[in-house]
Write a protein that binds this ligand. Structure first.
Ligand code: 4NP
Length: 166
């Protein structure tokens, strides 16, 4: 498992991306970090998040997202930042939440290698495989935030399995 990385000590670097970087992607970051710690893989996997917009730059995650996360024992605390071109060099997986995120990130990519790093979060869904994007919860109610957490927990498990089997 993960031999090529352990021999070179090169981490697998994952960046989750949504629109505002205050709801979906910081939640994905927090869920994945907790899963990585639970599996004692902190030395092998690094996780971050960003938004295609800079609208909420420097802000903590949305308080509704934080409250729903706390009910599941997560602490979402990563301040928002905007996705930048250098992220294509700094990350191995750039994982977007919906098709708009995909198109925005893709339009900033340069060549096949960079574009090939972009994946939909729902590509890693296992239990929730009938969803093909993670819906934006920002203008909706509590059930939207719960759905986001259900989809992200499932896809983070699937992503970890995919990385482990590399
Ligand atoms: P996110 O949700 O992309 O999951 O962080 C949103 C956050 C803020 C806005 C839209 C979506 N907004 O319009 O400010």
């Amino acid at each position: 498992m993960m031999d090529s990385n352990s021999t070179t000590n090169k981490k697998v670097r994952i960046l989750f991306v949504c629109l505002g970087n205050i709801c979906r992607s910081p939640a994905a970051e927090g869920i994945m970090k907790k899963l990585v710690e639970k599996n004692e893989l902190q030395d092998f996997i690094e996780v971050d998040s960003a938004g295609t917009s800079g609208w909420h730059e420097g802000e903590l995650p949305d308080e509704r997202m934080r409250a729903h996360g706390e009910k599941r024992a997560y602490n979402f605390s990563s301040p928002a930042r905007k996705f930048r071109k250098a992220d294509f060099d700094n990350f191995d997986y750039i994982i977007v939440m919906d098709k708009n995120n995909y198109n925005n990130v893709k339009s900033m990519s340069d060549g096949k290698e960079q574009a090939g790093k972009i994946r939909m979060m729902t590509d890693y869904s296992v239990q929730h495989s009938h969803h093909d994007y993670v819906p934006d919860p920002y203008y909706g109610g509590a059930s939207g935030f719960e759905l986001v957490l259900d989809l992200l927990e499932d896809a983070c498990e699937g992503l970890l399995q995919a990385i482990k089997s590399q």
